[in-house]
Design a protein around this ligand. Structure first.
Ligand code: UDP
Length: 378
């Protein structure tokens, strides 16, 4: 580590770090060293090929790229094309399979009705009337006023309790806003998806391309520490959690984590879709991923891979920020302290910003931060 000498040092080889590295090397033509504590590139977007089945899977959970931000797609398409995968999620409640997010099909099947779009909306309005609030200030209030008690109890409450390990009344309503509610048969998962798909050659290939400039080098299996002396001419860009960086001096940020259990099955197709949700509390996992469905254009064998996802509390493997008031306050203390005391340190990305970013939001934030770097540090 003593020998690190560079223009920019980037800590973390996830999407945020690699996009900034690429921009700095390509546009500013400066030297970049990325240090990565894991033994691979790509952060939680990392994908690899399962040896037994040949199926490419996402080691840290299924990632679907989707965006409506033109500048993000104009940027990313220089490094990859997307396959024609369009995300659809199903929810297995009491062994019956429903469409998720909740749409006309879900409503009719669940309530055993034959409603058209107008009637379905009126039907649900009756169920939500008593929950309407001007400013719903938590997840549960927001959900009840949009879908009513029955749908909430079946599809949302148990899933959310498992996923977050918290009472939904203690979670921000913004999490529920991720899910659209539809009174038609549209079954695509995302609200904002003018462009959607999986990188044709997988995510890891995208990261290799992003960092292919000879000005960029990556050191794996290395943690970062503020006390260490680095010879950095311009700036350090840190993309990990801020509390860890400062030895938790203002307290620990809460993170929700997940664990995955993989299994190979001797059959072509297990569940007929890439992600099946299991909202019932008595089932310990939240979803089953079956990654063969992400690349339907590939010639996979007659074996399949399934991956069960189990939420857990583990701040050493941070996935989801618990973005409530208490945690936001702790985060702002770290942020202010770093801004004041470490002039050449820039922070950003899902972990450092403590933000529930989708991949396109991460790229967008990285491109913006690069513009700032360009102005300030060229
Ligand atoms: N959610 C739920 N039931 C579902 C799917 C989602 O209750 O079947 C809730 C849950 O609280 C989850 C949130 O909606 O954390 C956002 O879901 P999303 O699929 O966007 O989560 P991600 O894929 O980022 O884990």
């Amino acid at each position: 580590m003593k020998n690190i000498k560079t223009d920019f040092l980037i800590v973390g080889s996830g999407l945020y770090g690699c996009v900034i590295a690429e921009r700095i090397a390509t546009i500013l033509k400066k030297k970049v060293i990325i240090i990565e504590k894991r033994n691979h590139i790509g952060g939680n977007c990392y994908s690899e090929i399962d040896k037994e089945t040949g199926i490419e899977f996402h080691k840290y959970g299924t990632h679907i790229f989707h965006t409506s931000k033109k500048n993000v797609w104009n940027y990313l398409k220089k490094f990859t094309s997307l396959n024609n995968y369009k995300h659809q999620v199903l929810s297995n409640y009491k062994s019956k399979v429903y469409q998720m997010p909740i749409n006309l099909e879900t409503i009719n099947k669940f309530f055993n009705q034959k409603l058209n779009p107008v009637k379905a909306e009126l039907f649900l309005k009756k169920k939500t009337k008593k929950f309407i609030k001007k400013n719903p200030d938590n997840f549960e209030e927001k959900a009840l006023m949009q879908i009513g008690k029955e749908l909430y109890t079946a599809f949302i409450k148990g899933y959310t309790e498992k996923q977050w390990g918290k009472d939904p009344k203690k979670l921000p309503s913004s999490i529920f806003n991720r899910l659209p509610i539809r009174f038609n048969y549209n079954k695509t998962y995302f609200k904002n998806a003018d462009v959607e798909g999986i990188p044709s050659n997988g995510y890891t290939e995208v990261f290799k391309k992003l960092t292919s400039n000879p000005l960029i080098s990556i050191i794996y299996n290395k943690s970062f520490n503020l006390k260490q002396k680095y010879m950095v001419n311009k700036a350090i860009i840190y993309t990990g959690p801020l509390d860890k960086l400062l030895n938790y001096k203002f307290g620990q940020l809460e993170w929700r984590s997940v664990k995955f259990k993989k299994k190979v099955l001797n059959r072509r197709d297990y569940q007929g879709t890439s992600v099946m949700n299991f909202p019932e509390k008595k089932i310990k996992f939240t979803r089953i991923h079956e990654p063969r469905h992400l690349h339907t254009d590939r010639n996979y064998k007659d074996k399949t891979l399934i991956i069960k996802e189990f939420p857990e509390l583990n701040s050493n493997e941070p996935y989801y920020p618990i973005n409530d008031k208490k945690n936001r306050l702790i985060h702002s203390k770290y942020k202010n302290y770093l801004t004041k005391n470490y002039k050449n340190l820039i922070t950003g990305g899902r972990l450092a910003d403590y933000a529930y970013y989708d991949m396109d939001m991460t790229i967008s934030a990285a491109l913006k931060k690069f513009e700032f770097i360009k102005k300030k540090l060229k």
